[in-house]
Ligand binder design. Structure first.
Ligand SMILES: Cc1ncc(COP(=O)(O)O)c(C=O)c1O
Length: 387
């Protein structure tokens, strides 16, 4: 069994995870940090006394959150909009990237549905077509995507950082170069990577990059982030016409002096009611903890856990993508003959929480996991395989 360093096991106390629970499913939803729960409780109580709110409170609290997310992805806070979901951020991209009839919109095989339906709807509206990039066995995602970018008139390529079922990497740096050479916009869904895998928007240069907040960014559900490259700010159209995105909205007495001027930077793309009085402080507390740990440390220490799982699963005869082809924080475990029919029941009975995604068991640990969690998962897997 794999030995993990003691630092890997030290963060469980920051969460309220019972001893008998083996939670290896951060890719579905992170458990809530105690600090996030505490911030949420204070925020919920504050609505009891709305007379304490100042006009500026509707706007200013989003600013530190923009700055925090910008630090996670190496960007500028001016480029960050507050959105409720990945699908919302993708809809903003779809409303802004110019697409002509006959052009191609690239997506990848078995992509998460929010990053597929968006482009089918855009194709329906514009007369473009969606092409799904498949990869041959042994081929990297980057090779397959770059080849597709060089084949035909591609308006945009919409990709994750890594595949949501097994963590295999898209090679965004290389894909970004090829997309720019092809004149295609690059739209990135970083929901399964931001907060656990190093991302640098300065290097990848996406046009739009979205992430949910409730997975690797340790935040509450329904508050996410949209990075928008500066070139889309001035001419960009939001998908809602909220009063809050207009310049001067802080002056409540003059709200009916309707304004055609938008707030600066990516703020024009903010969702309506972005002040989110309860969720914003929780999201800030979550990202604060991520920044305190550091994304590099998370990738390294969670990587030690997934490396152990990969070794032990391979010893049982399972297949796992090579470490160089996947992110370090999650992996897909596959069995040659398919997954045992009673695997899900056995895992539930043992209080081991992972996700079954297609033919992969997706295992997504974090710093609250330890050696014991790895042993419990591997032991249930081994028993299920022996039948
Ligand atoms: C890759 C990816 N993107 C997005 C989401 C969530 O999408 P949405 O915010 O549209 O519900 C998930 C949820 O599991 C996901 O895995």
């Amino acid at each position: 069994m794999t030995a993990l360093s003691s630092s890997v096991a030290s963060e469980r106390a920051l969460f309220a995870i019972p001893d008998d629970v083996t939670y290896l499913n951060c890719a579905s939803m992170s458990p809530q940090l105690r600090s996030v729960t505490a911030a949420g409780l204070v925020a919920v109580r504050s609505k009891a006394s709305p007379w304490n709110l100042r006009a500026s409170d509707w706007f200013v609290h989003a600013e530190p959150l923009r700055a925090r997310f910008a630090r996670v992805v190496g960007g500028d806070a001016e480029c960050v909009a507050i959105v409720p979901s990945a699908s919302y951020g993708l809809a903003v991209a779809a409303a802004n990237v110019p697409v002509r009839a006959g052009q191609t919109l690239l997506v990848i095989d078995r992509e998460f549905p929010s990053n597929v339906y968006t482009w089918h709807e855009l194709a329906r509206r514009t007369g473009a077509r969606v092409r799904t990039v498949q990869r041959e066995s042994g081929e990297s995602w980057a090779d397959a995507i770059v080849a597709a970018l060089q084949d035909g008139d591609v308006a945009l390529v919409a990709l994750p950082v890594c595949h949501w079922t097994d963590g295999t990497l898209m090679g965004l740096e290389r894909v970004g170069v090829a997309a720019r050479a092809a004149g295609a916009a690059l739209i990135v869904d970083a929901s399964q990577a931001a907060g656990a895998h190093p991302i640098d928007v300065g290097v990848v240069q996406p046009d739009f990059l979205v992430s949910v907040g409730y997975k690797w960014l340790m935040g509450p559900y329904s508050l996410g982030y949209l990075y928008v490259a500066p070139k889309w700010h001035e001419r960009g159209v939001p998908i809602e016409q909220t009063w809050m995105s207009r310049a001067g909205a802080e002056d409540f007495a003059r709200l009916v002096d309707y304004s055609g001027e938008m707030r600066a930077g990516a703020r024009r793309f903010d969702m309506g009611e972005f002040s989110q009085f309860t969720l914003l402080p929780m999201a800030c507390a979550g990202v604060d903890q991520v920044l305190e740990w550091g994304v590099d440390r998370i990738a390294r220490d969670v990587g030690a856990i997934t490396a152990g799982i990969a070794r032990d699963a391979a010893a049982l005869g399972c297949t796992v993508a090579d470490e160089k082809d996947r992110v370090r924080h999650m992996l897909g475990v596959q069995l040659r003959g398919g997954l045992p029919a009673d695997l899900a029941d056995r895992l539930t009975a043992a209080r081991v929480f992972v996700s079954i995604r297609g033919d992969s068991i997706r295992v997504a640990p974090h710093l609250y996991n330890d050696e014991r969690d790895v042993e419990r998962f591997i032991s249930v897997l081994g028993e299920a395989m022996r039948g």
